[in-house]
Design a protein around this ligand. Structure first.
Ligand code: APR
Ligand code: PHB
Length: 396
């Protein structure tokens, strides 16, 4: 039986768990991470890649942004399209110079994992947490196993950074929270391709055949998505069909999409989900464990980073001053940003996805919203400031 003692036991080595561990270490607080999957699996998991300035600033503050600053792409605006009309929303003027960086989430995970292990941090892979015991006592325990051997982490606090399917949320007593969710009647088919991006900034588009997004990873790798039905299957799509569909949906006069070899493709469902309690005693949930947003606003990873900030603030207060006061306000503080992001992600999703017949009342509302972006700087500002992410001070 493996026995580990630490201050904060962290379940999950996704962005939330890794950022938390690094940030606590910066404050002299010890933690150990256990991760269900293998290192190769976690590092290969392809996800979104939009980092708000807040998130980049956090990584810089932790000294973990070296590769991100070299290889990430700083964007000062975004293209929004509707029925082949395209407008650019510039961030600089509308958001006091804030911006976004495009850098794949799995690259963030690789950087954080490398740095954690290089600094002598404990991170057990292929070590699923099985049970969280005594979260309502001052001495909680995480039971886990690794290669058939049982183990236990004795800690002061448990941070469940274990994603949507983890055990953190399942452990939270049901009577403590209300669950809110929307399941959308469409999914995203996403690809990574070896081709130079056909755009310098992201393009989100409504088309009568459905939503499309052109993103990128580097000067030679593009990341693109199309809206598909929930019951669609990746085997139904040849590479040529995917490119044809992307070209039609993203097409505008005088612009065309470059195509190339696709090396990754998958379909992901879209959902909005949250619970309104992220703490029970000494158990805290952060990131996807507590909330999911549809990816249209690019908020998933950034919300995880914001949760971690609030959790670190609370834990630092506890270890410095012996007070649970800020920890007990964790849910309240985190939820303000989470609801804002839920609203914005839902807004972007409903604005750009085909939900109804082309030309329907719903469609006309979407088009009216799109037109309003060019008519009103106030409306464009609303979109820009949410897209780049509001500063932390906005929610205090
Ligand atoms: N024991 C140990 N690890 C677990 C367990 C368990 N019982 N259950 C889940 N995990 C691990 C998963 O294998 C995963 O690596 O927890 C990790 C959770 O990581 P993420 O799913 O990446 O969640 P999070 O760190 O909150 O990051 C949020 O991920 O899904 C995206 O859009 C989302 O970008 C956002 C980001
Ligand atoms: C991505 O680059 O994968 C990406 C960017 C913006 C989004 C979603 C995904 O809104």
């Amino acid at each position: 039986m493996k026995h580990i003692r630490t201050q904060v036991g962290i379940i999950g080595a996704g962005p939330a768990g890794l950022m938390l561990a690094h940030w606590l270490k910066q404050h002299g607080i010890e933690s150990v991470i256990i991760e269900h999957r293998s290192r190769a699996y976690v590092e290969a998991r392809v996800r979104a890649g939009l980092l708000e300035q807040n998130t980049v600033d956090i990584l810089k503050g932790l000294g973990l942004a070296g590769r991100l600053e070299r290889e990430g792409h700083l964007h000062h605006g975004v293209y929004l399209s509707f029925d082949s009309e395209r407008v650019r929303v510039p961030f600089g003027k509308l958001t006091n110079g804030r911006n976004i960086t495009i850098y794949g989430q799995q690259e963030v995970v690789k950087d954080l994992t490398d740095a954690w292990l290089a600094g002598g941090g404990q991170l057990l892979f292929e070590a699923p947490a099985l049970q969280i015991e005594g979260f309502d006592s001052p001495a909680p325990k995480i039971h886990f196993e690794q290669q058939g051997e049982k183990g236990v982490i004795d800690c002061d606090f448990v941070a469940a950074c274990d994603g949507f399917h983890g055990i953190g949320r399942k452990t939270l007593p049901k009577q403590l929270y209300t669950e809110y969710s929307i399941t959308y009647p469409f999914s995203w088919l996403g690809i990574l391709a070896n081709v130079a991006p056909s755009t310098d900034e992201l393009i989100y588009t409504y088309h009568q055949r459905g939503f499309a997004l052109h993103s990128l990873r580097s000067s030679t790798v593009s990341r693109l998505y199309i809206q598909v039905d929930n019951n669609d299957h990746i085997d139904n799509w040849s590479d040529d069909q995917i490119w044809d569909e992307l070209s039609v949906r993203l097409g505008t006069p005088g612009w065309s999409l470059q195509t190339g070899p696709i090396f990754e493709k998958s379909i992901t469902p879209m959902r909005s989900y949250l619970i309104d309690t992220m703490q029970a005693g000494r158990l805290f949930l952060a990131g996807d464990a507590a909330h999911i947003v549809p990816p249209t606003g690019g908020k998933g990873l950034n919300l995880a980073a914001a949760d971690v900030k609030h959790l670190v603030d609370g834990l630092v207060d506890y270890y410095k001053n012996g007070s649970m006061r800020s920890l007990d306000r964790y849910t309240e503080t985190a939820l303000k940003r989470i609801w804002r992001a839920q609203d914005f992600s839902n807004f972007m999703t409903t604005l750009f996805h085909k939900q109804d017949e082309h030309g329907s009342f719903q469609y006309q509302l979407q088009r009216a919203k799109f037109r309003y972006i060019s008519q009103s700087e106030a409306y464009a500002t609303t979109i820009a400031e949410n897209y780049v992410g509001l500063p932390f001070e906005a929610f205090t």
